[in-house]
Design a protein around this ligand. Structure first.
Ligand code: B1M
Length: 208
């Protein structure tokens, strides 16, 4: 059943994804399982084909849209009961980077975990992170990067937070395919998470 979700994402077929997700949930599949083993699994295949030059940007965007449509159905199932707000997190994709699918998953999991989340969007400069942290009185800054060419912007942002005198008041977490725990340690982030669910757990532990 989750294969059908994954294959519908690969086919870039939004309606088929919606139907397959609904059927999986009706059959009592765990929402997180549908995300990981259905939607993300499908996207990973598209990613591999993209890397190998078998599909191109338009197909990847259509697959991403199909995945998003599936996420919209799953989100309310994960939200469940009202959770008191832990505090505000600001989350964005770093400067020069337009990838937002992983970031959006992280935001969803942080919201489910009890954070109020301000989604800064994509291509966010260090100054924009700093201003948003101040304006929102944030306790957590989350940065996503998918490109080896943009990951150093995470360090620039941490430096900018430091220079603006807000670094001590926030915890900084990072994630995205090219980054790692070692990289997080090197640039002075408070934590790294390999996936969205782990990011929410890490964030909760850091601000506890
Ligand atoms: Co791009 N792209 N892309 N792309 N793209 C990659 C990243 C790439 C690995 C594909 C490849 O060729 N091998 C490659 C990067 C190579 C590198 O730097 N090492 C690449 C490239 C090169 C490019 C362009 C330069 C292509 C070009 O134009 N020639 C260009 C760059 C544009 C830019 O950003 N300036 C580009 C463009 C695009 C699209 C616009 C077509 C599209 C993005 C659409 C969108 O996001 N709205 C796209 C996509 C979709 C991908 C792939 C295929 C899939 C990424 C994705 O969404 N995965 C990707 C290949 C791949 O990763 N297999 C690829 C699903 C998502 C759920 O996973 O984002 O990893 P991910 O998020 C995970 C974890 O990483 C983690 O949690 C999520 C899962 O739970 N996580 C965090 C993410 N952020 C986190 C933050 C946290 C914690 C965890 O804390 C805050």
């Amino acid at each position: 059943m989750l294969n059908e979700v994954a294959s519908a994402v690969q086919a870039c077929d939004e309606e088929r994804v919606k139907g397959a997700v609904e059927r999986a949930l009706q059959a009592n599949a765990e929402p997180l399982e549908v995300i990981d083993n259905g939607l993300i699994a499908g996207m990973n295949v598209v990613g591999k084909k993209f890397r190998e030059g078998d599909v191109f940007v338009p197909e990847v965007l259509m697959a991403a849209e199909a995945m998003r449509a599936g996420m919209e159905i799953i989100k309310p199932k994960l939200m469940g009961k009202e959770i008191p707000t832990i505090g505000t997190a600001i989350v964005g994709t770093v400067e020069g980077d337009l990838h937002d699918i992983g970031k959006n998953l992280v935001i969803m999991m942080l919201e489910i975990g009890g954070f109020k989340v301000v989604d800064l969007g994509i291509d966010i400069t260090p100054d924009q992170f700093v201003n948003a942290a101040k304006e929102n009185n944030a306790i957590l800054v989350g940065m996503s990067a998918l490109l080896t060419t943009t990951m150093m912007k995470m360090k620039d942002t941490i430096d900018a937070l430091e220079e603006a005198g807000v670094r001590k008041g926030v915890k900084v977490i990072i994630g995205g395919a090219p980054v790692s725990q070692d990289f997080a340690d090197d640039i002075g982030a408070d934590g790294y998470a390999p996936d969205a669910a782990t990011a929410a757990e890490l964030a909760k532990n850091l601000v506890a």
